[in-house]
Design a protein around this ligand. Structure first.
Ligand SMILES: Cc1cc2nc3c(=O)[nH]c(=O)nc-3n(C[C@H](O)[C@H](O)[C@H](O)COP(=O)(O)OP(=O)(O)OC[C@H]3O[C@@H](n4cnc5c(N)ncnc54)[C@H](O)[C@@H]3O)c2cc1C
Length: 489
């Protein structure tokens, strides 16, 4: 159930089953910030039947696009929230990215398959962020136990023995068993929880301009282009419908207060851009940072609050989706009385190592675009990366913690849906298990000694099994860490 509220007058409608004053309820989870990561997390928890309050300081959704690309794993996350169709309707399949030198020669090619891949979805999608966020917010309306409260800023947090208490601007408190700060790159809570950030050293200002083409522009093509020129690094991205994006680095001598309009006009002149209408231009600071700590007691951070990376791989939001998917089932397990402190700690240790790989690769691509290292890239062709999780639940033996494929089964249904988004088995032959068993797709490459793998609710492997005994051990772990079942929508 969604509602709007202003600091002056909270207009929430509470679910009939609960108090008529939402702030007086002790919620299962309070989500701070209704950007894409907070909205997805609330959907994932709502789908498992948990009560969630989402507190958003803005009175209305942020209207301008930032992210423009997400990958097939993010799409699997939207599927887990029951929102695949709603999200897909405002996307086009991405074709890939090329890095060009000053003479227009291809330095590095990153093509994407045009057929659905091992994850059950395409490798790359282009999308319009406000449309995605609208779909995620509409998704919240499916759940009687989920409330979105807009126009309320969280200004303080205190942790008690059995609840987190959030203090709101304008007065009032919210109590919840857990709180997750999805409050973006300027997160106040991250400063408290994170114990500092590891900085990977990328720090540049870029003008980002979203335009609409005024006439068909087949000449621009469907690929994203990175112009790797140390004198004027720039990016072109094809958006959906008539949306296109141009970006350019502000150079070291540029004034601190450079107007976006002036930067845009310089970009137009440098790249000979024409036949477009400027919708908006903004200057962003691209950084590369990851929080040292992702949890403190009942408080967690997720999304840009926990990590930031330059957008050259289009992975910042994707990483936030992975955070939400990883954390949602673990919180659900604890709320259902299963799992332990180590399970909650595994959220940060697993996610941190995984996102670091994307940050490192994004920084390396940023250096290539600047050509600051000089010379040619180490390879002419690049493929997408799917790094494993860091240490956490299950072994890290080359199988445990790796991303598993999702089979498409007879009738077109996807494996995660058939398995109810819980622990399940992908088996290479016949296997008897207490868990749902699905046929392993060809993309699941296991050593000949293994019969299959137990997949966690987030799509990563809990571990591989060679026989009934090793499967039994994994089944026990799955039972001890199982989230609440998906009950809604
Ligand atoms: C130019 C650019 C291009 C990008 N391109 C891509 C891309 O192609 N692909 C990709 O995957 N990523 C991309 N990203 C990154 C992506 O946009 C972000 O990672 C993503 O939007 C982060 O989502 P979030 O929900 O964590 O944070 P946000 O979207 O920043 O949301 C945080 C929310 O919290 C609210 N909030 C803050 N403080 C409080 C408080 N105290 N109380 C209540 N509410 C609060 C804010 O109002 C906001 O709504 C790009 C980023 C930029 C800048």
């Amino acid at each position: 159930m969604a509602c709007t509220a202003t600091p002056a007058a909270n207009a929430c409608r509470a679910p009939a089953a609960r108090s008529s004053e939402p702030m007086a309820v002790r919620w299962d989870v309070a989500v701070i910030g209704c950007g894409p990561v907070g909205a997805l997390l609330a959907n994932l928890l709502g789908r498992r039947g948990h009560s969630v309050i989402v507190l958003e300081k803005r009175p209305a959704p942020y209207p301008l696009p930032r992210a423009i690309h997400f990958d097939g794993e993010a799409m699997r996350g939207f599927q887990a929230a029951g929102l695949a169709e709603a999200v897909l309707s405002a996307t086009v399949v991405g074709k890939g990215m090329r890095f060009l030198d000053g003479a227009g020669e291809v330095l590095l090619d990153w093509p994407r398959a045009q057929e659905p891949g091992p994850l059950g979805w395409h490798e790359s999608y282009r999308f319009h962020q406000p449309s995605l966020e609208a779909a995620l917010r509409r998704g919240l309306e499916r759940f009687a136990a989920v409330e979105l409260v807009e126009g309320r800023e969280v200004v303080g947090v205190a942790e008690g023995a059995d609840a987190v208490v959030l203090r709101l601007a304008g007065g009032g408190e919210v109590r919840a068993r857990f709180a997750v700060a999805c409050d973006g790159a300027s997160s106040r809570l991250a400063a408290r929880i994170a114990g500092g950030f590891e900085d990977l050293g990328f720090d540049e200002r870029w003008i980002v301009a979203d335009v609409r083409v005024t006439a068909p522009r087949g000449d621009l093509g469907d690929l994203s282009l990175q112009f790797c020129d140390s004198r004027a690094p720039a990016t072109y991205v094809r958006g959906i419908r008539d949306w296109r994006r141009w970006e350019a680095r502000l150079m070291p001598g540029d004034p601190e207060d450079m107007e976006p309009r002036a930067a845009w006009e310089r970009l137009v002149a440098a790249r000979g851009i024409g036949g477009v209408t400027l919708e908006r231009a903004a200057i962003y600071r691209f950084r590369s940072r990851v929080a040292r700590r992702w949890r403190q007691g009942r408080l967690f951070i997720a999304g840009d609050a926990a990590h930031q990376m330059p957008p050259f791989m289009g992975q910042g939001l994707c990483a936030g989706v992975r955070d939400a998917v990883n954390l949602a089932w673990k919180l659900s397990a604890r709320l259902a009385g299963r799992g332990d402190e180590a399970l909650l700690d595994s959220y940060g240790s697993e996610r941190r190592a995984n996102v670091l790989e994307f940050i490192r690769r994004s920084v390396a691509l940023g250096r290539l675009i600047n050509r600051s290292a000089g010379g040619a890239p180490p390879a002419r062709r690049m493929t997408s990366i799917w790094p494993p999780l860091g240490p956490g639940l299950g072994p890290r033996d080359g199988i445990g913690g790796t991303l598993c494929p999702q089979p498409r089964l007879a009738g077109g249904r996807l494996g995660d849906d058939v398995a109810g988004h819980g622990f399940h088995v992908l088996a290479q032959g016949a296997a008897r298990s207490l868990l749902p068993v699905l046929p392993a797709p060809a993309e699941l490459r296991l050593p000949a000694t293994l019969q299959g793998v137990v997949v966690r609710p987030d799509g990563y492997a809990l571990g591989g099994f060679a026989d009934a005994a090793s499967l039994g051990a994994l089944e026990q772990s799955a039972a001890a860490h199982a989230p609440a079942p998906v009950v809604a929508a």
